[in-house]
Design a protein around this ligand. Structure first.
Ligand code: ZN
Length: 226
């Protein structure tokens, strides 16, 4: 009975480690953070793409303008051609100016979006580290409790082997039916397996039972130890 109660206790401890509850809460938090990160990135991505486009367009226009300036200063072309180049250059500079304005606007729009994404990542970092730590602690604790369970089962086996086959069969049948243990003690008139009080008649029967015989608890069916 004691061995089975200990096995139950250690087994329940193994599956209800406080670290497990912390890990579950942490994983919930991480799921929320991943959702927040995806939302922040969804807002950030189109602005970033537009910004990159404006930037490379401005670079392209800037290169064309400086090429034209070189052509203009080295040119031996006639006045008409020079005027044409000058006109194109003016047009280019205007385009470039608008493009740079757009680039700046997008950059200003992008900054707070980047901050949101980075803030979510920063919040997730310690949670991810703690998760790894907890996973390690849980594995270690469970390995220790598994060892303890193995030695408790060994002890249970030894004790069970010392019982008569008939008594062991009754014990095992009660155990299979109600769990935790197949026997109980009477504590202040109550079966300490199901915590239900024996009737005065049953209590007297229990007190009067011959050595080596075990009546069962009328409520839970566990063998009542003298
Ligand atoms: Zn009982």
């Amino acid at each position: 009975m004691e061995a089975d109660r200990w096995i139950e206790r250690v087994g329940s401890q193994r599956s209800h480690l406080p670290e497990m509850a912390e890990l579950a809460a942490l994983e919930e938090e991480l799921r929320e953070l991943i959702k927040a990160l995806r939302e922040a990135q969804a807002a950030q991505n189109p602005v970033r793409t537009a910004y990159e486009d404006a930037k490379s367009q401005a670079e392209r226009l800037g290169r064309r303008a400086s090429d034209l300036e070189k052509t203009l200063s080295a040119s031996t072309a006639n006045a008409r051609e020079l005027t044409a180049i000058q006109n194109e250059l003016e047009h280019l500079r205007e385009l470039l100016g608008r493009c740079e304005d757009r680039e700046l606007e997008l950059l200003l729009e992008l900054e707070p979006l980047d901050e949101v994404v980075n803030a979510v990542k920063e919040r997730a970092q310690p949670a991810v580290a703690r998760r790894t730590e907890l996973q390690g602690v849980i594995l270690q604790l469970q390995a220790t409790l598994d060892e303890e369970l193995a030695s408790l089962r060994e002890a249970r086996h030894e004790r069970a082997a010392a019982l008569s086959p008939e008594l062991l069969a009754r014990y095992d049948a009660a155990f299979a039916r109600v769990g935790t243990s197949g026997a109980a003690q009477v504590d202040a008139g109550r079966c300490d397996g199901c915590r239900i009080a024996l009737s005065p008649l049953d209590h007297d029967r229990w007190k009067g039972q011959a050595a080596g015989t075990f009546m069962t608890c009328p409520e839970c069916g566990r063998l009542l130890l003298p």
